[in-house]
Design a protein around this ligand. Structure first.
Ligand SMILES: NC(=O)c1ccc[n+]([C@@H]2O[C@H](COP(=O)([O-])OP(=O)(O)OC[C@H]3O[C@@H](n4cnc5c(N)ncnc54)[C@H](OP(=O)(O)O)[C@@H]3O)[C@@H](O)[C@H]2O)c1
Length: 189
């Protein structure tokens, strides 16, 4: 189990009480990862981050990070505190592939967690279908594996237990550099 929870939008300024409520609700003394769900406006951006670091240092979260932040906003956190978020959780999928954005996170030591990997993807796309057929897997598995080939943590969701099991069963194959490049080419950026 790896437990992540977030500071919801509108809770800026009430970080400590919000995390305490989350921990009580989860029945755990700490979470593995605590994220700011959306970047707060103005000075709150860095003030919230300072509170996050304090709560991490107090042992209430093993790691702290952000979600839906731009690189410029991450730079403001680093300038203010000298500490980068462990993670930025952002929408990611072949259609959103952006090598400069990925490199920017890597340079700052921030792990990318990609959300909505399938929602933004045409699972009937012939490029994905061809690669899936070559490996004897589903196109959803190809998309999940493509994230891992790029070092992106992938948050894939399903309400069907059988799909959940198949979607994460991606350790039995890997994509060749040519296949990764072909999927990168589905980017609409
Ligand atoms: N930080 C943020 O602001 C933010 C925003 C959005 C989401 N998220 C996180 O990201 C996670 C995933 O996001 P998401 O739900 O938007 O995206 P997703 O995992 O890309 O898409 C889920 C959709 O794909 C379908 N699906 C799953 N497996 C499939 C398969 N093998 N074949 C065909 N369809 C399949 C699901 O339908 P069924 O359920 O019917 O299988 C569901 O409709 C969420 O759990 C959430 O925690 C974060």
């Amino acid at each position: 189990m790896f437990i992540t929870t977030k500071l919801p939008s509108g809770r800026a300024g009430r970080e400590r009480s919000t995390l305490s409520a989350s921990l009580r609700g989860l029945g755990t003394p700490y979470v593995d990862l605590w994220l700011v769900h959306w970047p707060p406006a103005g000075r709150l951006l860095t003030l919230v981050w300072q509170e996050f670091l304090a709560m991490r240092d107090a042992g209430r979260a093993r790691a702290v990070g952000v979600s839906n932040y731009s690189l410029a906003q991450i730079d403001r956190l680093i300038e203010a505190t000298g500490q980068a978020p462990a993670v930025n959780q952002i929408p990611w999928s072949p259609a959103r592939y952006d090598p400069a954005l990925l490199a920017g996170h890597r340079e700052r030591g921030v792990a990318v967690e990609g959300y909505s990997p399938l929602k933004g993807t045409d699972l009937a796309d012939p490029v994905l279908a061809g690669i899936a057929a070559a490996h004897g897997v589903s196109t959803a598995q190809v998309v999940v594996r493509w994230h891992l080939e790029h070092g992106v943590t992938v948050l894939v969701k399903s309400s069907h237990p059988d799909r959940i099991a198949v979607n994460i069963d991606v350790s039995g194959f890997s994509l060749s550099p040519d296949e990764v490049t072909a999927i990168n080419g589905l980017s609409r950026r």
